[in-house]
Design a protein around this ligand. Structure first.
Ligand code: PLP
Length: 436
């Protein structure tokens, strides 16, 4: 089988990139290592679609890993960014747009009594962890297997997303003493967490959790799990850090942890709130946040924090988010899930298991249920790779890894899925085949 994508222009760019970047990329999953072949280079995007360097069109089911909730190049966001750009790119001093975006976030997330803007989700979680350690005077943090909280040293242990995709869940270059400060338990396993707190409770500063795990494919919490996380953490004097870098503003206009039973002390946001610009935030209870410098003695800073272009983009995104946006995201999410399930059944694709929350889908070539990292990792990589490449050849861009979530955007309508359905059906057929 000779794949039709990538085309000649992408291939040429890839040859150059490999001479310039480690592994040819600036972020590992982009390399297609997990699915084989070489990556498609994109030139532009519009609405539900991406256009590659060869001018081919793809339905975009990655959405910049969730940042593009409104689709590609939404006109209102572009207008806001252009306007801000005309006024200056960075001042390294306070600007009104920071207040406006912070106020808009707080209207939707009242738990953000105080917040800080940073430039990446990695920075947001890293800073929130430092703060939790400062608050509690304790050093250990708990994370869940397959959870991804950015690439800071301590948080790569048993991580999902890229590290899981590339089978390096415990990065080299992280000193043992730092790695040992991170305790890891399976997601959705209250007994394991209780046992951990029993043994290390007095040393634990915080529990970090994605309220809906979205970096090992999509793995929703089991009923009651997040309540148990909260009560165990708080009973032992640890803070709860809800990492909503993916879920925040994707499933509703605000965060999801509280409605799922998680009472967070600190919250991190990213992806959607920057609308494709380098914006993330962390925040929470005022009495904790006020321990940050310059009032407190936990230090955190950033030359480009609260950058005017990022603030402008975030504001435009938040203004565009209405109840209708979330209805549309739910509609297309349900539509895609139904089509995939029906076709998989019709084509007798076994094993096949879908998870979904709104516009987030987990596509597993595995026997369900998928409740944790171990179960997610049973997903058949070879089948996913065939599924991925056949979809790509048919003009559908899926995440290039079996352990990433599929993201829809509000720019999608059922007509887009009608057009993509033949490619997805062919892709499922390829996934079923024993031999490629
Ligand atoms: C993407 C992600 C991060 C890291 O964000 P970056 O902007 O890539 O540094 C952290 N936490 C979660 C849950 C994420 O999905």
């Amino acid at each position: 089988m000779s794949p039709k994508a990538p085309g000649p222009a992408s291939r040429r760019l890839w040859r150059n990139a490999r001479r310039l970047f480690a592994g040819g990329v600036n972020s590992p999953v982009r390399s297609f290592r997990a699915v084989g072949g070489s990556p498609v280079f994109f030139a532009r995007g519009r609405g539900a679609y991406l256009f590659d360097a060869d001018g081919r069109r793809y339905l975009d089911l990655v959405g910049s890993w969730g940042a593009n909730l409104l689709g590609n190049a939404p006109p209102e966001v572009l207008r806001a960014v252009r306007r801000a750009a005309g006024e200056g790119l960075s001042f390294g001093a306070p600007t009104e747009r920071e207040n406006l975006l912070a106020a808009a976030l707080r209207t939707s997330c009242p738990e953000l009594e105080r917040l800080r803007f940073v430039s990446s989700g990695t920075e947001a979680v890293m800073s929130a962890v430092r703060l939790a350690r400062g608050v509690t005077g304790r050093s250990k943090v708990v994370k869940f297997e397959g959870g991804y909280h950015g690439h800071s040293d301590g948080l790569l242990a048993r991580a999902g997303s890229g590290p899981a995709t590339l089978s390096v869940p415990d990065s080299a270059g992280v000193p043992g003493p730092i790695a040992r400060e991170t305790l890891v338990v399976p997601y959705n396993d209250p007994a394991a967490l209780a046992d951990l707190f029993e043994r290390h409770g007095e040393q634990i500063a915080a529990v970090l959790i994605e309220p809906i795990a979205a970096n090992m494919g999509l793995v929703p919490p089991r009923p009651g799990f997040l309540r148990t996380v909260t009560s165990l953490a708080h009973r032992h004097g640890a803070l709860v850090l809800a990492d909503e870098v993916i879920t925040g503003f994707r499933l509703r206009k605000g965060t999801v942890h509280r409605s799922l039973g998680l009472a967070a002390d600190l919250v991190t946001l990213g992806k959607v709130i920057g609308g494709g610009m380098a914006v993330a935030a962390y925040g929470g209870r005022r009495k904790f946040m006020d321990l940050l410098a310059p009032v407190g003695d936990v230090y955190q800073a950033g030359t480009l924090s609260g950058n005017p272009l990022g603030m402008a983009a975030g504001l435009a995104v938040l203004e565009a988010l209405t109840p209708a946006t979330y209805r549309q995201l739910e509609r297309v999410g349900a539509d895609l899930a139904e089509r995939l399930e029906a076709r998989a059944e019709q084509e007798r694709v076994v094993p096949f298991h879908l998870t979904r929350r709104g516009s987030l889908l987990g596509v597993f070539f595995a026997q369900g249920p998928v409740r944790n990292f171990e179960e997610a990792r049973r997903s058949d990589r070879a089948r996913y790779a065939r599924f991925f490449h056949a979809a790509l050849d048919g003009g559908v861009y899926l995440p290039p890894s079996p352990l990433e979530t599929t993201f829809l955007s509000a720019a999608m309508v059922s007509g887009d899925l009608d057009r993509a359905e033949p490619a997805l059906t062919a892709a499922l057929r390829k996934a079923r085949a024993r031999d490629p």
